[in-house]
Design a protein around this ligand. Sequence first.
Ligand SMILES: [Zn+2]
Length: 329
Amino acid sequence: MSSSGSSRRPYAGWDFYEPSDRVGSSTVPAALAVVALASAGAFAYQRITMWMPLIYVNFLIVGGFAAAIGWAMSEAFLKTHGRAAKMGAGFAAGAAAVAFVVSFQAAAVFTRGEIREEREALQTRLALEGEGEFDEEAFEELVSSFGVGDYIQLRQEGGWTVGRRSGGVGLSGGMVWLVWLVELGILAGGAWLMAEKRLDRVYCEECRRFCDVIDVASIRHVPPRDAREAIRHGTIDDLLALPSTDRRAPPLHVRAHVCARSCPAWLDVSTVGPPTKKGARSSEVPLLTHAGVPSATLRRIEERAQLKADPAEEAQAPRRSKRPKPPGV
Ligand SMILES: [Zn+2]
């Protein structure tokens, strides 16, 4: 039998947050509503895509639509106690795939309108060629029967032009399918990533709510490797007691997920990678995610981390560092 006493010592070890992967009673209906919404949105999306002549900008629109679907799906999960992040991401990707399919139907409908607009030109041409009477009924029948298959065929023959309108590179035939495959990839992948990132939240099963996320502190001048070891094998005290040995070490961001004061908080510790030659920061590297700590401990981290922070680097600090500041970009 494991001793509950030792596991309850304030700084003894870290627990990792394990999501229950449960969803609320209204999560699935809400998710299906988002799928319907994405399908309706596919018409607006297709309209804009067909209107936009620049294929590069088109891909930005695809990315934007993907992000919107992912955002809406994660919102549906967050509002209905859906704490199954992978399921939410899967639903988001599914909604994006459905929207992709619907966009073909939208394209066929919009193309019908375009063909109708060509009606007069066609009439004039037939008259000039002496082809006889313009068959109104046959034309209408042809237009209204224009479907998804016809659109796909039309696209494969017509394709898109990349670059200048005259003398640009044409994309047709098999390349058209490649473009569509990339479009589907961006839509489903983008929606998945957006939903997964937004659903990476801690849910308190006791309070029955998602925890708030707050920035606790930045710990500076501690090499990330030391910090990671201290976190893995030690305690919060070990982490905070680490000497400031490396002034060039990237700051460690400590973020907390908190609900009520009586519930334990969950920590995220991540580091921003070392600055690149251009001075830009590389992306955040998670060292530890969602380790449970008592709320009282959180306060200690906050206090002690503030002491550790280099006052010269604090924006509100009146004292200035003697070191020359890097030129602002
Ligand atoms: Zn709670």
